[in-house]
Design a protein around this ligand. Structure first.
Ligand SMILES: [Ca+2]
Length: 290
């Protein structure tokens, strides 16, 4: 994407400013016995049920509660109060973003879409570790950095030209293909300049379902991630790394044990076993001669 177009698109993530600040995210509950033994925190998710002719489906967003507590708190509050239910995607640009979250999109007039909000704004919350990777979810705003309210967007492909200027607060962890199809949906285009990026079809967020985050196998889990718990992504990375290494080591140990037994058996069997020295492994794994 040319730099000029990227800048124009970035500046065009507009919405009307509001007034007050929302409360931060509440502490998610610890709901079962798994909270009692060491572990980490699983971030909250929001599942969006999308209606779009026969192309609808679900998009699941994981919320970066620790990295963006104010922004995720605002998003959770709006989700829990059903504010977003019925909002349409009103601005779709292939290979850039799919934008929604404006209550003005609930009426039948497409021309006021993109200019509404919740009546409250939040300060720009930039976390350098949360960037506009493919599927990142961020808050739209007007030129005032602290004007984000309810409109948000899903990135179709990495959009790092937006880093540092817009608050990333989540990541699509399910239904990314649907989100990309929405970004690439047919829009009115240049024939109707005021609706250039507005979808022709109604693409509606029928309902949003919030699932609170929770501690898994954690000790002293009395506070939410805003107090400094690790992000899910870090936990998953650690778990995959540690689990993978352990599994790999186990398989290697089992394999060596089996090879050792085969070698012993071959030696016992006498002339038929041709396994000696450094060629042993090769012989046992590459069709040894009869
Ligand atoms: Ca409208």
């Amino acid at each position: 994407m040319p730099l000029r177009r990227a800048l124009v698109l970035a500046l065009a993530l507009l919405l009307a400013p509001g007034a007050a600040l929302p409360a931060a995210a509440s502490e998610p509950p610890c709901t079962d016995e798994s909270c009692e033994v060491g572990g980490g925190y699983v971030n909250a998710t929001v599942e969006i049920d999308v209606t779009w002719n026969s192309l609808g489906g679900n998009i699941t967003i994981m919320l970066y509660e620790e990295g963006a507590p104010v922004t995720t708190g605002n998003f959770i509050r709006l989700t829990a109060t059903k504010f977003y239910d019925g909002c349409k995607f009103h601005r779709c640009i292939d290979d850039f973003v799919a934008q929604t979250g404006d209550p003005n999109s609930k009426n039948s007039n497409p021309y006021d879409d993109g200019w509404g909000g919740s009546g409250q704004t939040i300060p720009l919350e930039i976390n350098g570790t949360l960037t506009h990777i493919d599927g990142a979810v961020g808050m739209a705003r007007s030129q005032d950095p602290d004007s984000a309210s309810s409109q948000f967007y899903i990135c179709d492909g990495p959009q790092h030209s937006l880093d540092g200027n817009y608050a990333v607060f989540g990541l699509v962890v399910g239904g990314l293909e649907l989100a990309k199809k929405i970004a690439a949906c047919p829009t009115y285009g240049s024939k109707r300049p005021l609706l250039k990026d507005h979808p022709v079809d109604d693409i509606v967020m029928t309902s949003l379902t919030f699932t609170p985050g929770r501690w898994v196998n954690a000790t002293n889990a009395t506070a939410g991630p805003a107090s400094g718990a690790p992000l899910l992504t870090q936990d998953v990375a650690w778990a995959l790394g540690a689990g993978g290494a352990a599994a790999g080591a186990t398989l290697v140990a089992i394999g060596l044990l089996r090879i050792r037994r085969r070698l012993a058996a071959n030696r016992v069997q006498g002339p038929g076993g041709r396994v000696q020295g450094s060629d042993d492994l090769h012989a046992l794994t590459h069709n040894p001669e009869p």
